[in-house]
Design a protein around this ligand. Sequence first.
Ligand code: IVH
Length: 665
Amino acid sequence: MNELEQRVAELNKLLHEYGHAYYVMDNPVVPDSVYDQLLHELIELEAQNPSLIYPDSPTQRVGGTVLAGFEKVEHTTRMLSLSNAFNEEDLRDFDRKIREAIGEQVSYVCELKIDGLAIALRYENGVFMQGATRGDGSVGEDITANLKTIKAIPLRLNEPVTIEVRGEAYMPKSSFDALNARRAEQGEELFANPRNAAAGSLRQLDPKIAASRNLSTFIYSVGGDAEQYGINGHDEMLSYLQALGFKTNNERLACASIDDVLAYIEKWTAARPHLPYEIDGIVIKVDSFAQQDELGFTAKSPRWAIAYKFPAEEVMTTLFDIELTVGRTGVVTPTAILAPVQVAGTTVQRASLHNEDLIREKDIRLGDTVIIRKAGDIIPEVVSVVLDQRPEGTTPYEMPSHCIACDSELVRIEGEVALRCVNPACAAQLAEGIKHFVSRNAMNIDGLGEKVVEQLLREQYIADVADLYTLEVEPLLALERMGQKSATNLVEAIDKSKTNSLERLLFGLGIRHVGEKAAKILAAEFETIDALREATMEQLIAIHEIGDKMADSIIAYFDNDDVGHLLEKLQQAGVNMTFTGKKVDASNIDSFFAGKTVVLTGKLTQLTRNEAKAKLEALGATVAGSVSKKTDLVVAGEDAGSKLAKAEQLGIEVWDEARLVEQFA
Ligand code: IVH
């Protein structure tokens, strides 16, 4: 080796050592300036002598190429997730089941649950070959180029082993704050939380972006059988991974009993805000591999581990006002208007208060300081009032006695918690009824948004849904923000809706208790609206899915003279009133999901993405990858990010996983 070669080798060695101390051990051994100086020397020597560039040289972390897309990577063994525990009882249950299965001698390892994204890294003979995302657990995406830019990921291990390791890539809080500050300055959209920022960075096709984002990793397991490396337990394996050169988390603790586990949780619940990275819980694992093998797996997760999730973040804010809205059926719904506040990653300024009883029960008053959280991490709700911060002179909140839209007296129907406006001519109900009539799952008339409907009513262009069919282009041009093109499109869309099959009309009419599914069943069964109008109670309840309450409501609806008049007007306008739909597969016709476009986002814990997709498709839904105006429903699992935000922005219905599973049952 000549002098030059020796110097290049030495620089590689030193930079590797110093980088490892800094990025893996969090324990720098030289000042940054020394590292930078050596790195620049190496960059220069390599530039003059390209044949001396080592493949694992620290200069090789950012390659020059921008990818066209990510390749798929099939995982050698499935990347599972963990089942969740939310309280002490769940944890004691977990412990009891384990001891019942394997006896009293069990030792646990507790670890911090890093809030990032799962990655799998493959090394051959000690050299980093490929890194992938979790994806759906079976197939992920090849993000090697981006992962190479993370300095905590060794490009070469201390031993020439062939191994796959798994862990979490994350963005430290300080990098996240700096990144968002930069983005704010440049007027770019901010990331909601460090996890989204990390995931967003690793999804970039240009590795330079990931390189600029200061990501890091913690490695917590071996993919496949770890015993082949002569290791017998999880704790020992983490030490081995650290010796190989990986960054492991040193806050882990071996616990001899579930009480020790609970103490660890208590400690980290308090200390969590002081950590330099986000955690969302604690992972508890049986230490011994032999015992892990004995316990085995369920379809989704190992029986030897569980994730304790911290309770939903609760924050304080001020309740400015309670907004009341009158729905299509006259139900008055109160919504809390809040001082904007960050909760679990998004800014919240409204929260549903459900009904009068809830307001009374929690004694929520205007001006109160309230505690809010997101139910299922998704839907904002008021948890309680901070009484000792209540301003002086407040009085209990009183719901109005009269409708805010039409001033008729509100009533409380026996057995219902809701207050209702029962005036059929109420302007607010009418507006809501028309919005429902034109909505996508009903008559599907595009271009009739909330503002247009309100103007049409205000300017007395329409007084009911049948009047929509009398609208013409010319007069529409007088409305705000209505140009020739939108007016023409609107009239065409209205005209097109005349040919809809009966079930759309039935659903659109908004007969109480008749949802989309029932409308389909009724339309297919009776085929014409006249046949349905003549149906008797007996005929109706003879249909499997139609109960007494719905049958009563249908009969009462058609018994009403105003309804008769409305149907006549619709008929004269040329609206189709017969069933022309496909006699779809019986198993699909009564599916809530039939014909709907559903987007799954976030982590699902009770079933895999693929299982959810397969079930939805079997029930007639189309499962789409991105949220748009065409989406009917978004199912948001844990830690849902931008798709959930987009759904909220577009006002698309959002369910949590529990509700989806319930619907499948
Ligand atoms: S162990 C069989 N340990 O939490 C699954 N997971 O559902 C083994 N996570 O997606 C996972 N920190 O990405 C494990 N110390 C830790 C973790 C951890 C974060 C993530 C992981 C997984 C999810 C658990």
